[in-house]
Design a protein around this ligand. Structure first.
Ligand code: SF4
Ligand code: SF4
Length: 280
């Protein structure tokens, strides 16, 4: 992959974009209303599914790889770009557009989105964006608000159908995506980073594998001594063998423990005793 192919959004650009949203956008709450419609009969149908930067969350990857019946490693190899920047703090995964002139989304079919039921978070949210005011002591954890994103050429705002923000979020099935998104933010917006902490390349790779490459992480969990070293409920262990959601829950707990020293995992007392014995 060449550097030109990699989507680049420097911290400065991202910060300028965030400031612009905070100053220019009308803030909307759950009961605020807007007009919008998107359907096969609209003149712009599918034109927005080309040349677009779609940042994927671990839950987006989980849903898409299951939908496509691929392992996470296969999905990431085929459909993801992994931008690398010197100042990168957390893993970033972007959906790779096709290599055609229009840079079409690989999931765009003749009659629309081929992965519609499992489309990523940004595709569900549009035309809404989500932000949080920064002028609170805990920064991005401050008051959240929605705003309208009006992409050039999008005819959907001229449609008669009216929504409240709450109705739109319900209709788009945002609940599960938001819950997983919040859990991921506990990692990506951890105080460790706000206090200036950075991860070594090895730890960043571990962060990426555990959160995005779940099938590889499953091999690590079951083929290493990890489960001998920690006290993990047996039913939960069995669930993790087959359920990606259970494994992702475990991954987030383990990352909180191993990256930031949070007490989210309990060291197995026998393993701790054995270790103490070895040290004597
Ligand atoms: S995932 Fe579906 S909705 Fe999203 S850009 Fe691709 S084709 Fe469009
Ligand atoms: S441009 Fe707007 S209305 Fe047209 S297909 Fe995309 S989201 Fe729907």
């Amino acid at each position: 992959m060449s550097d030109e192919e990699r989507p680049q959004l420097s911290d400065d650009e991202r910060s300028r974009l965030e400031e612009k949203i905070l100053t220019d956008s009308a803030r909307m709450g759950l009961d605020d209303r807007f007009h919008f419609g998107c359907h096969p009969g609209i003149s712009c149908f599918n034109t927005c599914c080309t040349d677009v930067n779609i940042f994927l969350s671990p839950y987006d990857v989980l849903r898409l790889k299951s939908r496509l019946d691929l392992t996470s490693t296969e999905f990431l190899d085929k459909y993801a770009l992994l931008p690398v920047q010197a100042d990168m703090k957390t893993p970033v995964v972007v959906l790779r557009m096709n290599d055609d002139e229009a840079k079409t989304c690989p999931f765009l079919g003749d009659s629309g989105c081929d992965v519609y039921a499992d489309r990523p978070w940004p595709c569900r949210m549009y035309p809404l964006g989500l932000a949080a005011s920064k002028d609170t002591p805990d920064g991005w954890r401050g008051e959240r608000f929605y705003f309208l994103l009006k992409e050039e050429g999008c005819q959907g705002f001229g449609e008669a159908k009216e929504w409240t923000v709450r109705e739109w979020l319900d209709d788009q099935g945002m609940d599960a995506y938001d819950q997983w998104g919040e859990a991921f933010k506990e990692l990506t917006l951890h105080n460790f980073f706000e206090d200036g902490g950075t991860l070594t390349p090895e730890r960043l790779e571990m962060f990426f594998t555990a959160s995005y490459d779940l099938d590889k992480f499953r091999d690590f969990v079951f083929e290493s001594t990890l489960l001998e070293r920690f006290d993990v409920d047996e039913d939960f262990v069995e669930e993790m063998r087959h359920s990606d959601e259970a494994l992702l829950r475990f991954s987030f707990l383990w990352l909180q423990f191993s990256l930031f020293g949070e007490k989210t995992m309990r060291i197995d007392p026998d393993a701790a005793e054995a270790l103490m014995g070895e040290k004597k």
